[in-house]
Design a protein around this ligand. Structure first.
Ligand code: SF4
Ligand code: SF4
Length: 429
């Protein structure tokens, strides 16, 4: 299977101004948090606590132990109250959650810090694995898995592009934690054993580009790269092509690259300083349907109803609440979900009645698809339940970027139809 980039790029109104100039607000952690027990879609993890057990911030609650090893830590101190099944932002239903009664003391487990300057490559990778640092892509891909089997990468790319409309998580986190970005980037460069590092950011962020260049001025091997303000420039394949003019089949390491998000670098730096795993997230809460759009700092396991309330709640009776941004996120029922370790945004939009028309084969969805597949053909094959054709059309290559829905003049939710095709193929396996 080979991916190519789509023939067209799309500029989308970013709506970043709604939240990008406001400082991050701390959300009060409620009396109970519910920690999702899921790692890369796997839910039958080893559970290490039982009802009534006392826990601290950083107590290991559960773990996935195979090649995608992921520890799940408590974000508060208190006691284990119960085990519940809930929805998860990945789209999975019936995901086990460990409900912890919060004693509001925030007593922490004592865990060693790490000085990456004296640590070896393997020690840094082990630290990343042990502290459960995962990407922000929704699936929670464990970061160590990008580094542990790579002896030396040609280039490490730190992705601060954040191309999804409304999202300003990376931007605000960078502004407020620039020193941590430098430390995290240098540690990841050592973990990758890379001779070259690029920090990629959109060209319209002029002031931040200047500050980044200044922050990295003493490090000759780190370049700050301004990239075009188009969607989906933050997608790994698009970014690797933009920076290296190289295409790959499955993973960026095939062309010598490792790509990590800037917030992952910052999370690593913070974990190295204190020793504790990441138990808090910075999340953009934005959209025309919320009273006070802003970024919030929130503990993992906090219900999103509490997060929305901290932002003033909805400003109208009927809204869409989307876990993620409007292009790649999923519409949810707000009371069923909690913030998890890979959450980065909640978008609240005014409810809008959509009345789709028939497809008139204009081909715009195909022209804009960055994965260079044919969404309209996939949609037809899905309707016809033709699974063999879906395989030929490489439906699984869809990254769910939402562009096909965005550009469709008939207002057809093409992305949802392609998602359905992917689900049908997954169930056949
Ligand atoms: S969501 Fe649509 S445009 Fe985006 S990758 Fe999938 S098929 Fe292509
Ligand atoms: S963009 Fe919409 S109308 Fe045009 S081919 Fe695709 S699904 Fe059909």
């Amino acid at each position: 299977m080979s991916f190519l980039l789509g023939a067209m790029r799309k500029h989308i109104a970013g709506q970043k101004h709604l939240s990008d100039s406001k400082e991050v607000l701390n959300v009060k952690t409620p009396d109970e948090v519910a920690i999702p027990v899921i790692a890369m879609g796997k839910v039958d993890l080893e559970i290490l606590v039982k009802e009534g057990d006392a826990v601290k911030v950083g107590t290991l609650l559960a773990q996935r132990t195979d090649h995608f090893a992921t520890p799940i830590y408590s974000s508060v101190s208190g006691s284990v109250k119960s085990f519940e099944k809930r929805f998860h932002s990945s789209g999975a239903k019936n995901v086990p959650h460990i409900v912890i009664e919060n004693d509001h003391q925030y007593t922490s487990e004592s865990m060693p810090a790490l000085d990456y300057r004296t640590a070896t490559k393997d020690e840094i990778v082990d630290f990343i694995k042990d502290r459960g640092i995962v990407g922000c892509g929704g699936a929670g891909f464990p970061t160590f898995a990008k580094y542990n089997s790579v002896q030396a990468a040609d280039v490490l790319i730190i992705n601060a592009v954040e191309c999804e409309p409304y999202l300003t998580t990376d931007y605000r986190t960078l502004l407020e934690h620039l020193d941590d970005l430098v430390e995290g980037t240098l540690a990841l460069t050592k973990a990758a054993n890379a001779t070259r590092t690029m920090v990629a950011i959109k060209e319209d962020k002029k002031e931040l580009i200047g500050r980044l260049k200044e922050a990295f001025t003493s490090y000759q091997n780190v370049e700050v790269k301004a990239v075009p303000n188009v969607y989906p420039m933050g997608w790994e394949r698009t970014l690797v092509y933009e920076l290296l003019k190289k295409r790959y089949d499955k993973l960026p390491i095939e062309v010598g690259a490792i790509v990590n998000n800037s917030t992952t670098a910052i999370a690593l730096a913070q974990a190295m300083k204190t020793g504790t795993p990441i138990v808090e997230k910075i999340v953009t809460v934005s959209g025309e349907g919320i009273k006070n759009p802003q970024n919030v700092r929130v503990r993992v396991g906090t219900p999103i109803s509490a997060v929305l309330e901290a932002c003033g709640g909805a400003n109208q009776e009927q809204t869409f609440v989307i876990f993620g941004g409007p292009m790649m996120g999923k519409t949810i029922l707000k009371d069923n979900y909690v913030i998890n370790s890979s959450s980065n945004s909640i978008t609240v939009l005014p409810f809008e009645e959509v009345d789709p028309m028939n497809c008139f084969r204009c081909g715009r969805c195909n022209d804009h698809c960055p994965a260079n597949i044919l969404p309209v053909e996939i949609q037809d094959a899905e309707k016809a339940k033709d699974l063999d054709r879906l395989v030929k059309l490489e439906a699984m290559s869809c990254i769910e970027c939402g562009l096909c829905t965005y550009v469709c003049p008939s207002k057809i939710d093409v992305t949802e139809n392609v998602r359905r095709a992917k689900r049908a193929l997954s169930m056949r396996k």
